[in-house]
Design a protein around this ligand. Sequence first.
Ligand code: C5P
Length: 396
Amino acid sequence: MADRSILLIITGGVAAFKSLELIRELGRAGVKSRVILTKAAQEFVTPLSVSALSGEKCFTELFDLNDEAEMGHIELSRSADLVVVCPATADILAKAANGLANDLASTAILATDKRVLFAPAMNVRMWQHEAVQRNVQRLRDDGAIVLDPDEGLMACGEFGPGRLPEISALKARILAELTPDTSLSGQHILITAGPTREPIDPVRYLSNHSSGRQGYAIAEALQARGAKVTLVSGPVSIAPPNGVNLVPVETAQDMLKACETALPADAFISVAAVADWRPAKPAKSKLKIKGGDEPVALEFVENPDILKTLSHKTKNRPGLVIGFAAETNDVEAYARGKLEKKGCDWIIANDVSGDVMGGMNNQVNLITKDGAERSPNASKTQIANWIADRIAKALS
Ligand code: C5P
């Protein structure tokens, strides 16, 4: 752990003094702590005691000219491998969940490109309040880690969940987060995402509403496990995850070509919403279709099925081929049919019968030749991690 470090944000709760012990314990494991104290936290611990333990200057002010000259808040937020908010008050959870940035701590949480781990500690009624639970859920949906507090007698005399977990447990969790997951290192994974665009003429096209979010989240989760990821993507408005090899394409035919060029791969995951049909003869110049009473006919031809094509390759077939399917009823039966039809190894069936479409959460069924597993109802990031864990296990 010698080269690992955290940015520790201490907020103003009675458990703040325990974070001093955390700094010392992490230091023993070789992990450096760079610390931000909020204004309220300074009522419980002083910058002097923090810097004595961390061996570094303690940061308190957003608009400190010295700090901005030495290290701006953006750099500070990204200088560590993990951001830890301990203890996390109801206030910082609310700010982070809503994207507020009105002091150094909340700004750093918003500006960081690292994972953020919150260790909440507060009065039991505050913890159980709907508003706090809503904020916790929102942060988890956004990909943050929010630990559940311990149960027990609290400083205020009440009993229940709200206590900061033991420092030994916090240390173990932080060390686990700092240990890189290399379960997919050495593996090349090819993934498609987003919609395709099928031209009608130079200015018009046929497409669909796929946002690319689930595919991009899976690419990120695979990359975080050490895989070399090639992401062949139709046009989307989201940024690709850091470190993946993005191959932008427009049409289904281009997508197939890009996939074939990217082979060999250890696994292929077909998340893209590929248009099944394309206009047979895209016009070379803009079609003039105004004015007539007669319906206008557009002729279509079938697009190649990328999943089916790669599944049936005799040379260079990826060892694990995964397709996606959105179903509203008889999910497992339809997914099994698709498994057979496409010749792939797994189908990840998206159960869209509830409020999944357009909602924050998602739920999938993983259908293999000889089994089925249902994921929990969770955010797209959590679903991506759930899928990536199973791919890592299958490829190991
Ligand atoms: O047959 P259906 O479109 O429901 O199958 C969905 C699965 O097939 C998805 O994994 C999708 O990426 C893939 N697909 C494909 N090429 C097509 C159509 C669908 O790869 N032309």
